[in-house]
Design a protein around this ligand. Structure first.
Ligand SMILES: *Cc1c(COP(=O)(O)O)cnc(C)c1O
Length: 459
């Protein structure tokens, strides 16, 4: 399988190169040249364990990795999960909750980042060389990325977070990892400042090449790919026989997770609707309802991992929406960088069919949903999952099984749970355990040169 750029400016590359490249060198995102179908194979796939299913799906895209190596990294990636099913499905109150939070940092990002960390390590062992990952986080991504590569040879990771602006739990999760290859930088600024520094570092092509810098954000194709697996896994848990349709609701920020669902559908998974749920940052739900993709100011909500106004994976969907026309994608994205607006005409939106539905939930609805669900069922939703459940109810036809992706454990967001229920009940052993672990991080000025010098000094 070869990979191309949404902007058409690179020669096709193989899977390993696509993983190491992250963002395509023409500024576009990498996609497989074609999407393989497993429509005729669903019955066989339905009986597999999570890891065996992951192998069958991922091998179709990672054709340049030998079978034994691919199996080994998949098995070790999912052996770190606390549930024997990896991503179990719980049926509660007429909904099917797909629990994606049983990995090391209790958020769904572990599903992809455990795999990506092992994949990087395997490729570096094969090809030689080193990788120095530099990233910025508002909380969740950083800790999942750090746990994905901690203790690995040939890899160092530098994660910037805004000093004093991440939650206590998030800070403990990131900074209590004391392995020699992990560097936490608390930038004296906001998350936007961290991202601006990251952009400037990656824009310096010489610095990037001289220091073998790599990125770990959700534009990496391997992250999307790893997430395709659990759409199939959940389908098989909910449908006794294959062929029947289900719907999925996905709490969305960067459009990575729900795009993985779109890939699963394109591979032949029988899905009636993919329902996109956003919080008050509703650029994506407005897009699916109007055809207008227009950015605004970020507002801060109880579901911080969805506080995003420019969804980095949206360009992948756009590419298919405009008929795989990379010249068109390039001009739309250029236009967007100037005007902050992309308009897709009605004809084109209609041609895509009604697979996608979209809605949004306010902070108030998020808290109300947590409270009502808890009081009605005894099951505690995290604030991101609650946005999904709120939106799912609006599209539930009472017939099609509705699978809601649960993207984090509530114990990651105890403040919101207390506000919703007036009870301090969001607990998890793993979080209790790290609460008084020693931590290590370096406070740095909000200055790109300072961060660059720090990275250089520690290579
Ligand atoms: C990252 C994240 C999301 C959003 O996922 P995207 O792939 O960015 O759409 C939702 N919930 C949680 C808990 C997250 O960490």
């Amino acid at each position: 399988m070869k990979y191309i750029s949404t902007r058409g400016g690179i020669e096709p590359v193989n899977f390993k190169d696509a993983v190491m490249m992250g963002l395509a060198s023409d500024g576009g995102l990498l996609l497989p040249e074609s999407i393989p179908s497993v429509a005729d194979d669903l019955n066989n796939l339905s009986k597999l364990s999570y890891s065996d299913l992951a192998y069958e799906i991922i091998k179709l895209y990672a054709t340049d990795i030998p079978e034994d190596k691919l199996r080994a990294i998949i098995n070790s990636s999912y052996s770190t999960f606390r549930d024997s099913e990896v991503t179990p499905v719980k049926s509660i109150d007429g909904l099917h909750i797909l629990e994606l939070f049983h990995g090391p940092t209790l958020a769904f990002k572990d599903v992809a980042l455990q795999f990506l960390g092992n994949l990087f390590e395997m490729i570096l062992e094969e090809q030689g060389g080193e990788l120095n990952i530099v990233g910025a986080t508002s909380g969740d991504t950083g800790s999942a990325a750090i746990h994905g590569v901690r203790g690995k040879d040939r890899i160092k990771i530098f994660i910037m977070h805004p000093n004093n602006r991440v939650s206590f739990v998030q800070k403990q999760q990131m900074t209590s990892v004391l392995d020699d290859n992990v560097f936490n930088l608390a930038v004296e600024g906001t998350f936007d400042d961290c991202q601006a520094i990251l952009k400037e570092i990656f824009a310096d092509v010489d610095f990037k090449l001289d220091n073998s810098l790599g990125a770990i954000n959700s534009i990496n194709w391997a992250r999307v790919l790893a997430q395709v697996v659990y759409y199939f896994f959940a389908y098989f848990r909910v449908c006794e026989t294959t062929g029947k349709e289900v719907s999925f609701t996905v709490p969305t920020g960067n459009f990575g997770d729900i795009f993985a669902g779109w890939i699963a559908v394109s591979m032949g998974l029988p899905v009636k609707n993919l329902i996109l749920a956003s919080n008050e940052n509703d650029i994506l739900s407005r897009f699916f309802n109007t055809g207008e993709y227009r950015t605004g100011d970020v507002c801060f909500t109880h579901s911080p991992s969805m506080d995003i106004q420019v969804a980095s994976n949206f360009e992948r969907y756009l590419y298919y929406l405009v008929g795989q026309d990379s010249a068109k994608v390039t001009s739309l994205m250029n236009e967007f960088s100037v005007t902050g607006l992309i308009c897709i005409d009605k004809e084109c939106m209609d041609a895509a069919g009604n697979l996608f539905k979209a809605g949004s939930g306010t902070n108030e609805k998020t808290l109300e949903t947590i409270k009502n669900f808890y009081e009605g069922t005894g099951y505690l939703l995290d604030p991101h999952t609650a946005v999904g459940v709120y939106v799912a109810r609006q599209f539930d036809d009472g017939e099609t099984p509705m699978i809601c992706l649960s993207t984090a454990h509530p114990a990651k967001f105890p403040e919101a749970i207390i506000e919703a229920t007036s009870k301090d009940i969001a607990k998890h052993d793993e979080i209790e355990k790290i609460m008084d672990f020693p931590i290590d991080y370096t406070v740095v000025a909000n200055d790109t040169m300072v961060v660059k010098n720090f990275v250089k000094k520690h290579l």
